[in-house]
Design a protein around this ligand. Structure first.
Ligand code: HEC
Length: 119
């Protein structure tokens, strides 16, 4: 009986140890992600500069709103709308759809965050 109790204690200790490991690994991944996104957002915005401007200060092709000063959520929503083909504010939605077609949700979030921080 004593043996069983002892092995139970060992088993649960081992379990706790492995859970602790899992938590540290998840934390490591979570803290690494924002930094990677920040770098990404800048790279992903490179192809937008020609029309929207380095600081997002231009009316792209004389048509779009100036997106400098927009918050990240608003930009993200607009880009997702273009990608889905449901947004077309100035008759050039198809053009913007082409711009973001290859962007994943994470890419869209990263580029939106980057634009929202441009000064
Ligand atoms: C070839 C020029 C061009 C490029 C490159 C371009 N855009 Fe646009 N963008 C436009 C035009 C034109 C519109 C207006 C679309 C419409 O009719 O709704 C627009 C609209 C937008 C809007 C919404 C603004 C509004 O008026 O509602 C956002 C946000 C945006 N673009 C972000 C981006 C991002 C991010 C990139 C790079 C991935 C990009 N654009 C690349 C031309 C461009």
């Amino acid at each position: 009986m004593k043996k069983i109790a002892l092995s139970l204690i060992f088993a649960s200790a081992a379990l706790m140890a492995s859970e602790a490991n899992a938590t540290t690994e998840t934390k490591a991944v979570a803290t690494a992600a924002p930094a990677a996104n920040a770098a990404n957002g800048e790279a992903l915005y490179k192809k937008c500069v020609g029309c929207h401007g380095a600081k997002a200060e231009n009316k792209a092709l004389g048509k779009s709103d100036i997106i400098a000063g927009w918050d990240a959520a608003k930009i993200e929503e607009a880009l997702k709308g273009y990608k889905a083909g449901t947004r077309n504010v100035h008759t050039m939605g198809a053009l913007m759809k082409g711009q973001v077609a290859s962007y994943s949700d994470a890419d869209i979030k990263a580029v939106a965050e980057y634009i929202s921080k441009l000064k």
